[in-house]
Design a protein around this ligand. Structure first.
Ligand SMILES: [Mn+2]
Length: 496
């Protein structure tokens, strides 16, 4: 080993063998690291004692793995978490695991892969976990993407086994283990391209995705509790936005988005989808997430937002609020019509009715209302015929989707199952809207530029339904009174 007085020439990193006795090569465009530094960085660290904590969903995740193993007893099932995704150059998006993987493990570490081998026993699951880049490796301090000095400690093979209560193996064994399997596999595709490349696509991949989506339709008690928590945080986020609305006048829709998203990050994991903060005629653009408009007195603010809780279940709630605190007569006519449609939709939700029952009930109310407002001509029954549907110029979208780990949950379920009869434990949104585009000459001028949507999250119970987001007022008078009462508590923030 050289002493401090005689430095060793740095190697040519373009050479075939850049690792030398005195230097460790750590990547392109990066200076080689002196081996003495690598060795010194590997010494002198105190190990944390092992934790005996277990993930809160470990038991339900095990039950789900056992169900999946029994459902696919003849096949090996492969479900990846997915990896880091580049946002720009050397920065990544915040990691969120694939929902099916998370549902089966509770694990939120990147690059992990769950494998359930074929066979009759109930305990065939292995979680493949990347080895830690702790102080035993030079990546500890040289790898800004995975090194623990850069990104914090991750659970490795040993820690993950204890915390997620599932047998684990090093990720580097995955390829060899999959290659040595006999019989057929089924893989959740499109989540991790490295895993996709290891396995030939087959019909069973589609069956696996459908089976997982269909199993996720019925929420167990743990999941309902998670959704209730996400919705409670969302209610607080809406209250924050109302209290910050005076500051949004002058600072625009981004302030609304920022205030809601602050609640999501403080109480949950994140927002479950990009917040729609649409003021004035932006409310008529369904996925208005640019949120770069102004907020004016006299506007309606359509806020469609949901907190995703720490266990990754998301709320999905919309309220349409008068920025000044009081609806104008024209705004209120549209609002009350959407509210009546939503009431009819929620009332239609119960076990044993088709998925589209809420949609049909809401559309019957909206179409009658559009006729009454003079916007649609003729007989509502004719307008609703499958070969007519002209109301859709103003209603634009379906009234419901499933809700859970994904905001549009269970999307891979087979059509006849998703659109089949509702059952106890399903959670779906009921969210009718009316959207009068600002330049639509088929609409009376007083309604142009008004967009209203009211959205709640509804649990199908044994004999009906429970509105999980009922804590947020919906009726126009109650919305006005709620806003006034929040404003009496003073502003949420003074924003310069
Ligand atoms: Mn929705």
């Amino acid at each position: 080993m050289s002493d401090a007085s005689s430095s060793v020439p740095e190697p040519d990193v373009s050479a075939d063998s850049p690792i030398s006795e005195n230097w460790v090569w750590v990547g392109p465009h990066r200076p080689a690291v002196p081996r003495v530094l690598v060795e010194q960085m590997a010494r002198g660290w105190r190990d944390e004692p092992p934790s005996d904590a277990v993930h809160p969903s470990a038991d339900v995740a095990r039950a789900r793995r056992e169900w999946l193993g029994a459902h696919f007893a003849e096949r090996t099932v492969v479900v990846p978490a997915g990896g880091l995704k580049v946002r720009a150059n050397d920065t990544d998006y915040r990691f969120r695991p694939g929902s099916d993987f998370f549902y089966l493990t509770g694990c939120d570490e990147p690059d992990c892969v769950l494998v359930i081998t074929a066979g009759p026993s109930t305990n065939r699951a292995t979680l493949y976990v990347p080895s830690r880049r702790d102080y035993h490796t030079h990546e500890f301090f040289t790898d800004s993407r995975y090194g623990e000095l850069w990104v914090g400690a991750r659970r490795g093979v040993t820690e993950a086994e204890a915390y997620y209560a599932v047998p684990t193996a090093p990720l580097e064994y995955l390829e060899k283990d999959l290659a040595s399997l006999h019989g057929e596999t089924a893989c959740v595709r499109g989540i991790d391209p490295r895993v996709d490349a290891l396995l030939e696509p087959c019909d069973a991949d589609v069956d696996l995705a459908a089976a997982l989506s269909e199993h996720r339709l019925v929420k167990d008690d743990f999941e309902v509790t998670q959704l209730e928590g996400a919705i409670a945080s969302t209610v607080r986020g809406f209250e924050d936005v109302v209290r910050a609305l005076p500051a949004a006048v002058g600072h625009g829709e981004r302030l609304v988005e920022g205030v809601f998203n602050m609640r999501a990050r403080v109480e949950g994991n994140d927002v479950g989808y990009d917040t729609i903060a649409a003021s004035g005629s932006h409310a008529t653009t369904l996925h208005w997430t640019r949120n770069d408009g102004v907020v004016r007195h006299g506007d309606l603010l359509l806020l469609d937002a949901g907190v995703e809780c720490a266990n990754l279940y998301t709320a999905d709630v919309t309220r349409t609020l008068p920025v000044s605190g009081v609806f104008s007569p024209a705004q209120r006519r549209v609002y009350d019509l959407v509210l009546a449609a939503q009431d009819a939709g929620i009332a239609a939700v119960r076990p044993g009715v088709p998925f589209h029952a809420a949609h049909d009930a809401a559309m019957a109310v909206l179409v009658q209302g559009l006729v009454d407002l003079g916007i649609l001509d003729g007989d509502p029954q004719v307008a609703l015929r499958r070969d007519r549907q002209l109301h859709r110029r103003y209603t634009l979208h379906g009234v419901s989707h499933m809700l859970g780990l994904d905001v549009h949950d269970c999307a891979q379920a087979r059509n006849d199952v998703y659109l089949g009869d509702l059952a106890e434990g399903y959670v779906l949104t009921v969210e009718p809207g009316l959207y009068f585009q600002p330049h639509d000459t088929t609409v009376p001028e007083e309604y142009r530029g008004i967009g209203v949507r009211i959205e709640d999250d509804v649990l199908v119970t044994a004999d009906g339904a429970r509105n999980l987001s009922a804590a947020l007022p919906r009726r126009a008078d109650e919305v006005e009174a709620w806003m006034a009462s929040l404003w009496s508590r003073g502003p949420l923030l003074a924003f310069e």
